[in-house]
Design a protein around this ligand. Structure first.
Ligand SMILES: [Mg+2]
Ligand SMILES: [Zn+2]
Length: 336
Protein backbone atom coordinates (compact mmCIF):
# COMPACT_ATOMS: atom_id res chain seq x y z
CA UNK A 1 0.00 0.00 0.00
CA UNK A 2 2.05 3.06 -1.23
CA UNK A 3 1.58 6.02 1.04
CA UNK A 4 1.86 9.73 0.27
CA UNK A 5 1.69 12.07 3.27
CA UNK A 6 0.23 9.19 5.25
CA UNK A 7 -2.65 8.68 2.82
CA UNK A 8 -3.31 5.69 0.57
CA UNK A 9 -2.44 6.79 -3.01
CA UNK A 10 -5.13 4.45 -4.33
CA UNK A 11 -7.75 6.63 -2.69
CA UNK A 12 -6.07 10.07 -2.46
CA UNK A 13 -4.19 12.22 -5.00
CA UNK A 14 -2.66 15.68 -4.73
CA UNK A 15 -4.85 18.17 -6.59
CA UNK A 16 -4.46 21.95 -6.89
CA UNK A 17 -7.16 24.42 -6.06
CA UNK A 18 -6.56 25.38 -2.43
CA UNK A 19 -4.91 28.68 -1.53
CA UNK A 20 -3.68 29.52 1.99
CA UNK A 21 -4.71 32.95 3.28
CA UNK A 22 -2.21 35.02 5.24
CA UNK A 23 -2.83 38.32 6.98
CA UNK A 24 -0.22 40.97 6.10
CA UNK A 25 1.98 41.76 9.11
CA UNK A 26 0.82 38.63 10.95
CA UNK A 27 3.77 36.20 10.90
CA UNK A 28 1.93 33.30 12.48
CA UNK A 29 1.11 31.47 9.24
CA UNK A 30 -2.09 31.01 7.30
CA UNK A 31 -5.35 31.97 8.99
CA UNK A 32 -7.63 30.30 6.45
CA UNK A 33 -7.68 28.27 3.24
CA UNK A 34 -9.90 28.92 0.23
CA UNK A 35 -10.67 25.73 -1.70
CA UNK A 36 -12.37 25.25 -5.06
CA UNK A 37 -12.95 21.88 -6.70
CA UNK A 38 -14.76 20.70 -9.77
CA UNK A 39 -12.72 22.31 -12.59
CA UNK A 40 -9.26 21.38 -13.86
CA UNK A 41 -6.83 21.99 -11.00
CA UNK A 42 -5.20 25.02 -12.68
CA UNK A 43 -8.66 26.54 -13.19
CA UNK A 44 -9.65 25.77 -9.60
CA UNK A 45 -6.53 27.60 -8.47
CA UNK A 46 -7.05 30.54 -10.82
CA UNK A 47 -10.67 30.97 -9.71
CA UNK A 48 -9.55 31.33 -6.08
CA UNK A 49 -6.68 33.71 -6.93
CA UNK A 50 -8.89 35.89 -9.16
CA UNK A 51 -11.54 36.07 -6.43
CA UNK A 52 -8.90 37.02 -3.82
CA UNK A 53 -7.47 39.70 -6.11
CA UNK A 54 -10.94 41.22 -6.53
CA UNK A 55 -11.36 41.25 -2.74
CA UNK A 56 -7.97 42.96 -2.36
CA UNK A 57 -8.82 45.54 -5.08
CA UNK A 58 -12.11 46.32 -3.29
CA UNK A 59 -10.29 46.67 0.04
CA UNK A 60 -7.77 49.04 -1.57
CA UNK A 61 -10.69 51.01 -2.99
CA UNK A 62 -12.16 51.37 0.50
CA UNK A 63 -8.83 52.31 2.13
CA UNK A 64 -7.84 55.98 2.51
CA UNK A 65 -6.31 57.10 -0.78
CA UNK A 66 -3.27 58.53 1.00
CA UNK A 67 -2.36 55.16 2.57
CA UNK A 68 0.98 53.50 1.80
CA UNK A 69 3.52 55.95 0.37
CA UNK A 70 5.38 54.66 -2.68
CA UNK A 71 9.07 53.90 -2.27
CA UNK A 72 11.81 55.63 -4.22
CA UNK A 73 13.54 53.62 -6.96
CA UNK A 74 16.47 54.51 -9.23
CA UNK A 75 14.92 53.88 -12.65
CA UNK A 76 11.28 53.71 -13.56
CA UNK A 77 8.94 53.87 -16.55
CA UNK A 78 5.71 55.86 -16.38
CA UNK A 79 3.07 55.18 -19.02
CA UNK A 80 0.28 57.70 -19.55
CA UNK A 81 -3.02 57.13 -21.25
CA UNK A 82 -4.14 60.49 -22.70
CA UNK A 83 -7.93 61.06 -22.65
CA UNK A 84 -9.21 61.51 -19.06
CA UNK A 85 -5.75 60.52 -17.77
CA UNK A 86 -3.01 62.98 -18.76
CA UNK A 87 -5.68 65.30 -20.23
CA UNK A 88 -8.80 66.09 -18.22
CA UNK A 89 -11.18 65.48 -21.14
CA UNK A 90 -11.71 63.22 -24.15
CA UNK A 91 -10.19 64.64 -27.38
CA UNK A 92 -12.30 62.68 -29.89
CA UNK A 93 -15.57 63.84 -28.36
CA UNK A 94 -14.43 67.31 -27.30
CA UNK A 95 -13.64 68.40 -30.87
CA UNK A 96 -17.34 68.06 -31.72
CA UNK A 97 -18.58 69.36 -28.36
CA UNK A 98 -16.61 72.54 -29.07
CA UNK A 99 -17.30 72.92 -32.79
CA UNK A 100 -20.44 71.00 -33.78
CA UNK A 101 -22.52 69.61 -30.87
CA UNK A 102 -25.01 67.92 -33.19
CA UNK A 103 -22.13 65.78 -34.50
CA UNK A 104 -21.29 64.89 -30.89
CA UNK A 105 -24.82 63.58 -30.43
CA UNK A 106 -24.65 61.69 -33.72
CA UNK A 107 -21.36 60.15 -32.67
CA UNK A 108 -22.96 58.80 -29.49
CA UNK A 109 -25.79 57.18 -31.43
CA UNK A 110 -23.40 55.58 -33.95
CA UNK A 111 -20.80 54.37 -31.42
CA UNK A 112 -22.35 50.93 -30.77
CA UNK A 113 -22.28 50.18 -34.50
CA UNK A 114 -18.73 51.09 -35.63
CA UNK A 115 -15.08 50.54 -34.73
CA UNK A 116 -14.27 53.65 -32.70
CA UNK A 117 -11.29 55.02 -34.70
CA UNK A 118 -13.24 54.55 -37.95
CA UNK A 119 -16.19 56.36 -36.36
CA UNK A 120 -13.93 59.26 -35.30
CA UNK A 121 -12.47 59.44 -38.84
CA UNK A 122 -15.98 59.55 -40.31
CA UNK A 123 -17.10 62.29 -37.91
CA UNK A 124 -14.03 64.35 -38.88
CA UNK A 125 -15.09 64.06 -42.54
CA UNK A 126 -18.50 65.42 -41.54
CA UNK A 127 -16.87 68.22 -39.54
CA UNK A 128 -14.84 69.12 -42.64
CA UNK A 129 -17.96 69.04 -44.84
CA UNK A 130 -19.47 71.61 -42.48
CA UNK A 131 -16.56 73.96 -43.17
CA UNK A 132 -14.61 73.65 -39.90
CA UNK A 133 -10.96 74.54 -40.48
CA UNK A 134 -7.66 73.08 -39.21
CA UNK A 135 -7.14 76.19 -37.10
CA UNK A 136 -10.57 75.79 -35.47
CA UNK A 137 -9.77 72.15 -34.66
CA UNK A 138 -6.39 73.10 -33.18
CA UNK A 139 -7.97 75.95 -31.19
CA UNK A 140 -10.50 73.47 -29.77
CA UNK A 141 -7.61 71.25 -28.64
CA UNK A 142 -5.73 74.19 -27.13
CA UNK A 143 -8.86 74.95 -25.09
CA UNK A 144 -9.35 71.32 -23.96
CA UNK A 145 -9.35 71.04 -20.14
CA UNK A 146 -5.88 70.10 -18.91
CA UNK A 147 -5.15 70.35 -15.22
CA UNK A 148 -2.30 72.67 -14.11
CA UNK A 149 -1.50 70.19 -11.31
CA UNK A 150 -0.85 67.51 -13.94
CA UNK A 151 1.52 69.84 -15.82
CA UNK A 152 3.38 70.69 -12.60
CA UNK A 153 3.51 67.04 -11.53
CA UNK A 154 4.87 65.78 -14.86
CA UNK A 155 7.51 68.52 -15.13
CA UNK A 156 8.69 68.04 -11.54
CA UNK A 157 8.99 64.26 -11.94
CA UNK A 158 10.90 64.68 -15.22
CA UNK A 159 13.28 67.20 -13.60
CA UNK A 160 13.93 65.13 -10.44
CA UNK A 161 17.56 64.21 -9.80
CA UNK A 162 16.54 61.46 -7.37
CA UNK A 163 15.03 59.11 -9.93
CA UNK A 164 15.48 58.51 -13.66
CA UNK A 165 11.97 58.36 -15.13
CA UNK A 166 11.20 57.38 -18.73
CA UNK A 167 7.88 58.79 -20.00
CA UNK A 168 5.75 56.90 -22.54
CA UNK A 169 2.44 58.20 -23.91
CA UNK A 170 0.11 55.44 -25.13
CA UNK A 171 -3.23 56.63 -26.45
CA UNK A 172 -6.20 55.87 -28.68
CA UNK A 173 -6.44 59.59 -29.55
CA UNK A 174 -4.27 60.79 -32.47
CA UNK A 175 -0.98 62.50 -33.30
CA UNK A 176 -2.50 65.88 -34.28
CA UNK A 177 -4.59 66.28 -31.11
CA UNK A 178 -1.78 65.14 -28.83
CA UNK A 179 0.96 67.27 -30.47
CA UNK A 180 -1.28 70.36 -30.40
CA UNK A 181 -2.22 69.88 -26.73
CA UNK A 182 1.26 68.95 -25.44
CA UNK A 183 2.72 72.00 -27.20
CA UNK A 184 0.01 74.26 -25.74
CA UNK A 185 0.63 72.88 -22.24
CA UNK A 186 4.42 73.24 -22.48
CA UNK A 187 4.94 69.48 -22.31
CA UNK A 188 6.54 69.21 -25.75
CA UNK A 189 9.43 71.69 -25.84
CA UNK A 190 10.21 72.92 -29.40
CA UNK A 191 13.91 72.30 -28.78
CA UNK A 192 15.96 70.31 -26.28
CA UNK A 193 15.14 67.04 -24.55
CA UNK A 194 11.55 65.84 -24.82
CA UNK A 195 9.48 64.73 -21.84
CA UNK A 196 7.99 61.74 -23.65
CA UNK A 197 10.50 59.27 -25.08
CA UNK A 198 7.77 57.98 -27.42
CA UNK A 199 4.16 58.77 -28.23
CA UNK A 200 2.25 55.80 -29.61
CA UNK A 201 -1.21 56.65 -30.95
CA UNK A 202 -3.31 56.69 -34.13
CA UNK A 203 -1.72 58.62 -37.04
CA UNK A 204 -3.50 61.75 -38.27
CA UNK A 205 -2.65 64.65 -40.57
CA UNK A 206 -4.33 67.63 -42.20
CA UNK A 207 -4.76 67.13 -45.96
CA UNK A 208 -4.34 70.15 -48.31
CA UNK A 209 -8.17 70.36 -48.37
CA UNK A 210 -8.12 70.96 -44.61
CA UNK A 211 -9.63 67.56 -43.74
CA UNK A 212 -8.10 65.96 -40.65
CA UNK A 213 -7.43 62.46 -41.93
CA UNK A 214 -7.34 59.85 -39.14
CA UNK A 215 -6.19 56.24 -39.48
CA UNK A 216 -5.91 53.26 -37.19
CA UNK A 217 -2.53 52.59 -35.54
CA UNK A 218 -2.87 48.98 -36.76
CA UNK A 219 -3.95 49.51 -40.40
CA UNK A 220 -7.50 48.47 -41.27
CA UNK A 221 -8.18 45.58 -43.67
CA UNK A 222 -7.38 46.71 -47.21
CA UNK A 223 -4.76 49.25 -46.05
CA UNK A 224 -1.00 48.59 -46.50
CA UNK A 225 0.44 46.75 -43.49
CA UNK A 226 -2.97 45.53 -42.36
CA UNK A 227 -2.92 42.82 -39.70
CA UNK A 228 -4.87 41.63 -36.70
CA UNK A 229 -3.31 42.32 -33.32
CA UNK A 230 -4.79 39.20 -31.77
CA UNK A 231 -5.57 40.69 -28.36
CA UNK A 232 -7.69 38.33 -26.26
CA UNK A 233 -8.54 40.94 -23.60
CA UNK A 234 -10.84 43.03 -25.76
CA UNK A 235 -8.71 45.88 -27.20
CA UNK A 236 -10.34 47.57 -30.19
CA UNK A 237 -9.06 46.64 -33.69
CA UNK A 238 -7.04 49.88 -34.07
CA UNK A 239 -4.51 49.01 -31.34
CA UNK A 240 -3.76 46.56 -28.52
CA UNK A 241 -2.38 48.73 -25.76
CA UNK A 242 -0.90 45.74 -23.96
CA UNK A 243 1.00 44.68 -27.08
CA UNK A 244 2.22 48.28 -27.60
CA UNK A 245 3.42 48.47 -23.98
CA UNK A 246 5.35 45.21 -24.32
CA UNK A 247 6.88 46.40 -27.61
CA UNK A 248 7.96 49.73 -26.05
CA UNK A 249 9.61 47.90 -23.14
CA UNK A 250 11.41 45.59 -25.58
CA UNK A 251 12.67 48.63 -27.56
CA UNK A 252 14.03 50.25 -24.40
CA UNK A 253 16.14 47.60 -22.70
CA UNK A 254 13.56 45.03 -21.62
CA UNK A 255 11.67 44.60 -18.38
CA UNK A 256 14.86 44.50 -16.30
CA UNK A 257 15.73 48.05 -17.44
CA UNK A 258 13.02 49.43 -15.12
CA UNK A 259 12.71 48.71 -11.42
CA UNK A 260 9.10 49.80 -11.53
CA UNK A 261 6.46 50.57 -14.16
CA UNK A 262 3.68 53.02 -13.34
CA UNK A 263 0.56 53.08 -15.54
CA UNK A 264 -1.80 56.07 -15.42
CA UNK A 265 -5.17 55.19 -16.92
CA UNK A 266 -8.93 55.46 -16.71
CA UNK A 267 -10.63 53.54 -19.53
CA UNK A 268 -11.66 49.97 -20.27
CA UNK A 269 -8.96 49.92 -22.95
CA UNK A 270 -6.30 50.44 -20.26
CA UNK A 271 -7.18 47.09 -18.67
CA UNK A 272 -5.06 45.07 -21.15
CA UNK A 273 -1.75 46.89 -20.42
CA UNK A 274 -2.47 47.03 -16.66
CA UNK A 275 -2.98 43.22 -16.70
CA UNK A 276 0.61 42.90 -17.98
CA UNK A 277 2.15 44.75 -15.02
CA UNK A 278 3.92 42.74 -12.30
CA UNK A 279 3.79 42.84 -8.52
CA UNK A 280 6.55 45.50 -8.34
CA UNK A 281 4.51 47.86 -10.55
CA UNK A 282 1.74 50.36 -9.76
CA UNK A 283 -1.43 51.34 -11.58
CA UNK A 284 -2.78 54.86 -10.94
CA UNK A 285 -6.44 54.18 -11.73
CA UNK A 286 -8.99 56.97 -12.12
CA UNK A 287 -12.16 56.23 -10.16
CA UNK A 288 -15.67 55.70 -11.55
CA UNK A 289 -14.60 54.90 -15.10
CA UNK A 290 -14.15 51.81 -17.31
CA UNK A 291 -10.78 50.68 -15.95
CA UNK A 292 -12.04 50.57 -12.36
CA UNK A 293 -15.10 48.61 -13.47
CA UNK A 294 -13.01 46.02 -15.33
CA UNK A 295 -10.51 45.63 -12.47
CA UNK A 296 -13.31 44.97 -10.01
CA UNK A 297 -15.33 42.67 -12.27
CA UNK A 298 -12.59 40.75 -14.10
CA UNK A 299 -9.74 40.78 -11.55
CA UNK A 300 -6.29 39.33 -12.32
CA UNK A 301 -4.29 42.52 -11.64
CA UNK A 302 -0.89 41.87 -10.05
CA UNK A 303 0.24 45.50 -9.76
CA UNK A 304 -0.52 47.60 -6.71
CA UNK A 305 -3.38 50.00 -7.33
CA UNK A 306 -3.56 53.66 -6.31
CA UNK A 307 -6.96 55.21 -6.98
CA UNK A 308 -7.46 58.86 -7.88
CA UNK A 309 -10.47 60.94 -8.90
CA UNK A 310 -9.68 64.63 -9.47
CA UNK A 311 -6.72 65.44 -11.72
CA UNK A 312 -5.29 67.59 -8.89
CA UNK A 313 -4.65 64.36 -6.93
CA UNK A 314 -2.18 63.20 -9.58
CA UNK A 315 0.27 65.94 -8.60
CA UNK A 316 0.59 64.25 -5.20
CA UNK A 317 0.91 60.75 -6.65
CA UNK A 318 3.54 61.90 -9.17
CA UNK A 319 5.35 63.61 -6.28
CA UNK A 320 5.56 60.32 -4.38
CA UNK A 321 7.41 58.83 -7.36
CA UNK A 322 10.35 61.16 -6.68
CA UNK A 323 10.16 61.29 -2.91
CA UNK A 324 8.10 64.46 -2.47
CA UNK A 325 5.60 64.34 0.39
CA UNK A 326 2.30 65.38 -1.17
CA UNK A 327 0.80 66.22 2.21
CA UNK A 328 3.61 68.57 3.33
CA UNK A 329 2.84 72.28 3.66
CA UNK A 330 5.07 74.59 1.61
CA UNK A 331 8.20 75.75 3.47
CA UNK A 332 7.49 78.70 5.80
CA UNK A 333 3.83 77.74 6.20
CA UNK A 334 4.19 75.15 8.97
CA UNK A 335 2.42 75.86 12.22
CA UNK A 336 4.77 76.60 15.11
MG1 LIG B 1 -8.49 57.40 -21.28
ZN1 LIG C 1 -4.99 44.21 -25.75
Amino acid sequence: MPLDGGLDTKEYAAHGGAVPIHVAGNGSGPVAVAVVSGLKQEEDHRLVVDALRKVIAKQQLAAPRTAGRLSLVKKQLIVFDFDWSLADQDTDRWVHEALAPHLRRRMKSLKPHMQFTDLCAMMLRELHAEGKTPEQIKDAMRALPFHPGMVRGVKALKASKLVDTTFFLLSNSNTVYIDTILTEQGLQPPTGPQIFTEIVTNPARFLPSGLLELKRRVPAPGEPGSREHGCAVGCSANMCKGEELDAFIARHGGRQAFERIIYVGDGGNDFCPVLRLGAQDVAFVRLHRGLQKRILSEGGIQAAIRWWAGAWEMEGLLGELHGVDPTAEPAGRQEH
